[in-house]
Design a protein. Structure first.
Length: 182
């Protein structure tokens, strides 16, 4: 099977269900951003500090593929079975956050991203996740969108923030406080 089909050479693509739309449409931007986020989650899983979190990070990647499938489908598409999200997917993130948070000091200041390359990769993933969330919220204003997608992305960005703090702790890296210049 060849990877190229040439059907998108004029700037359009097909949704699951067959409808062709422009690649510049918000729906395509949204699931393209999910794909970008998925790549950053893979990068996080490849960090030595995250070897014991690799299974959860792969689970997150699987859920991001699910979200991409949902977003790539016509809202009224019923011909093909599309994977779905569950409340338990969100609960898994919350449980992981709670476990990490128990071992972290309380936040007393805003934290500047950085301090270690692995932590920086995590913050990039977090900001891409926030961008994806904003796009899906905008998409939901014009088209039926599964509310669980928005909830999952919101919780995932929280998870990524806590993961960054936890990585910094595991790496022995000091979190840099933002000090407002007033």
């Amino acid at each position: 099977m060849k990877i190229y089909t040439k059907t998108g050479d004029k700037g359009s693509t097909s949704l699951v269900g067959g409808t062709r739309i422009l690649k510049s449409e918000l729906r395509i931007e949204a699931y393209g951003t999910i794909d970008e986020l998925n790549s950053y989650i893979g990068l996080l899983g490849d960090q030595v500090v995250n070897q014991n979190k690799k299974e959860l990070l792969k689970e997150i990647q699987d859920r991001l593929f699910t979200i991409g499938s949902i977003l790539a489908s016509e809202p009224e598409q019923t011909k093909k079975k599309i994977p779905d999200l569950h409340d338990s997917d969100i609960e898994l993130l919350e449980k992981a956050m709670d476990t990490m948070n128990e071992k972290l000091e309380a936040m007393r200041f805003f934290i500047l991203p950085g301090g270690h390359q692995s932590v920086s990769f995590g913050h990039i993933a977090r900001t891409v996740c926030r961008r994806a969330e904003r796009m899906v919220v905008r998409l939901s204003e014009e088209s039926d969108t599964d509310y669980l997608v928005i909830r999952y992305l919101n919780r995932l960005s929280d998870y990524l923030f806590i993961l960054c703090r936890y990585m910094a702790k595991e790496l022995g890296v000091e979190e840099v406080a933002w000090k407002a210049r007033v």
